[in-house]
Write a protein that binds this ligand. Structure first.
Ligand code: PGA
Length: 246
């Protein structure tokens, strides 16, 4: 069962989720526990990251006890490539916070042995105690992370081919479709479903149809976001435009 929460604008959604994250960090750090966050890229989480930075600067929220795992990375792009997700995360979040560098994890788009990098990634999530809270966007193909159709419920962190719809959607960031990689490393659907809480953010009319499918269609590999229906603690944060087909 997916819960929905309607927000008037992106800032309000960002404030609500950032507050939840800050509260979780505070509660867990009081008993000496780290907080494991699953993080996303793309345009969707930008307001959330700006709000986390504001809480750090203005409200003194510390992220020293936080461990992060990003969902995915483009194959072939290294940390200095401006479109790599490592670069995106440094620019938009990490360099503004006090998360210890050793606590930050992103699949390695330049790994010589991608299968080993993916297996090590799964092990690192397990060793950290699992993901407490996962931030998600949703692609128009129904992907979560880069789990494009078809993606099974038991899929794990692995190398994938990007859907042409996704490559076209993401070409706005690259300026040119030819520059968009064809492959990526992504957490699997099962990896995502093991997070204890999932907060998915979708705004704007372009997401309305895929939000409807994710919530209303029977779970299947052809729309990987439908697997979220099987999670006990998943909320879709929407505006009225993204909720309009529900
Ligand atoms: P977007 O992408 O945030 O750029 O809309 C979301 C996604 O593909 O998961």
């Amino acid at each position: 069962m997916i819960a929905t929460r309607l927000h008037p604008d992106k800032q309000t959604a960002a404030q609500a989720i950032a507050r939840e994250i800050a509260d979780l960090i505070e509660i867990r750090s009081k008993s000496g526990k780290s907080t494991v966050l699953g993080l996303a890229t793309g345009s969707t989480p930008l307001e959330l990251y700006a709000e986390l930075i504001r809480l750090h600067r203005e409200a003194g929220v510390s992220f020293r006890s936080v461990i992060t795992f990003n969902l995915d990375e483009y194959e072939g792009l290294g940390p200095t490539h401006p479109q790599s997700y490592r670069f995106f995360m440094e620019e938009n979040l990490f360099r503004h916070l006090d998360i210890p560098a050793a606590n930050i994890h992103i699949p390695d788009g330049l790994a010589n042995d991608p299968a080993k990098n993916c297996a090590d990634y799964e092990a690192a999530i397990r060793d950290a105690g699992g993901i407490d809270l996962q931030i998600l966007g949703i692609g128009r193909t129904g992907h979560i992370g880069f789990n494009e159709p078809p993606s099974a419920a038991d899929s794990r962190t692995r190398r994938v081919h990007l859907d042409e719809v996704t490559r076209r959607d993401n070409s706005v960031f690259f300026g040119d479709l030819d520059q968009v990689p064809h492959g990526a490393l992504t957490m699997g659907v099962a990896t995502i479903l093991e997070a204890r809480r999932i907060e998915l953010i979708a705004f704007g009319e372009a997401k309305a149809e895929i939000v409807r499918r994710a919530m209303k269609e029977a779970p299947s590999p052809s729309c990987p976001a439908t697997w979220l229906q099987q999670h006990p603690g998943c909320t879709f944060h929407l505006d009225t435009a993204a909720a309009k087909a529900l």
